[in-house]
Design a protein around this ligand. Structure first.
Ligand SMILES: [Fe+2]
Length: 283
């Protein structure tokens, strides 16, 4: 099959055209897209029209589907596939309250956070609702050597909702909350396939830094977060109908935007892929 892979920004993101993921892909195609994904961290497959089972199969090219703990957003007939719908979102002060509206990496409080998240656009507003990504590998590479040395062996506790979280997490029932884990994660992680080092940050869930005072820990997190979210590390995805986007949660942070008309329908399928315990880096 004649398909093309084209980078979408300097550091992160590549567009794949000419590939129909509703059909199984060959071993050769699979190897090519996994290699491109490892390098670019975000792949955008254009012009797809996938049913939920086809979307699940496309996701499985990259790994095994993670069982989601919050079952209320799963499709009843296809429980492997979750949904993001504007109709599920509360409106606060005339504005949609969107999950994920600051840079983060998914479920970082899990002992084995999902290695990837993928979305397939089914219905989109006329404008807005972009998803932004920043390359936390390049952000790490660019840090001064003394900062790298200082942070490379540090770890941070990741909880459901940090006391300093810039956003409110979804309210949980007592039952759901009891199942939510807390994990100590390296501040810098080694990618298991590419071997590249990356910052591992999530201001919504990090509760300081192990071994530092609360003030020092949060100050360090804020400094690294400000560095990693500079626009030079960003790819901003403007959704087109039929896009399937898959990103690597160990290589990028992402954020949603609630800047679209709440009266317009926005609906995407969502799947996360199983990860493994995060690996620290030694310099
Ligand atoms: Fe997210």
């Amino acid at each position: 099959m004649d398909f093309k892979i084209k980078p979408l920004s300097h550091y992160v993101g590549a567009e794949v055209t000419g590939l129909d993921l509703s059909k199984p892909v060959s071993a050769e195609v699979k190897a090519a897209i996994i290699s491109a994904w490892t390098e670019h961290a975000v792949l955008v497959f254009r012009d797809q029209a996938l049913t939920p089972p086809q979307f699940a199969e496309a996701a499985e090219i990259f790994g095994d589907i993670m069982q989601q703990q919050l079952t209320k957003f799963l499709l009843p007939d296809h429980p492997k596939v979750g949904t993001i719908s504007s109709r599920d979102l509360p409106i606060v002060d005339g504005k949609l309250h969107v999950r994920g509206e600051n840079y983060h990496t998914d479920h970082s409080n899990y002992a084995e956070p999902p290695k990837a998240t993928t979305l397939h656009a089914i219905a989109l507003p006329d404008q807005g609702g972009d998803t932004q990504f920043v390359d936390v590998r390049a952000a790490f590479d660019d840090l001064p050597e003394d900062v790298k040395r200082k942070i490379v062996s540090l770890r941070a506790p990741h909880v459901y909702e940090s006391s300093q979280s810039p956003r409110k997490m979804m309210a949980l029932s007592d039952d759901e909350r009891a199942k939510i884990p807390v994990s100590l994660q390296p501040l810098v992680i080694r990618h298991p396939v590419s071997g590249r080092a990356a910052l591992y940050l999530n201001t919504g869930r990090m509760e300081g830094v192990e071994g530092l005072s609360s003030d020092e820990g949060f100050a360090l997190i804020d400094e690294l977060f400000a560095h990693a979210t500079q626009s030079k590390y960003e790819y901003r995805h403007k959704w087109l109908a039929g896009d399937m986007v898959i990103w690597d949660n160990r290589s990028v942070m992402h954020q949603a935007n609630a800047d679209y008309d709440p009266a317009q329908y926005r609906y995407l399928y969502r799947i996360m892929l199983n990860g493994a315990p995060l690996q620290p880096v030694s310099l």
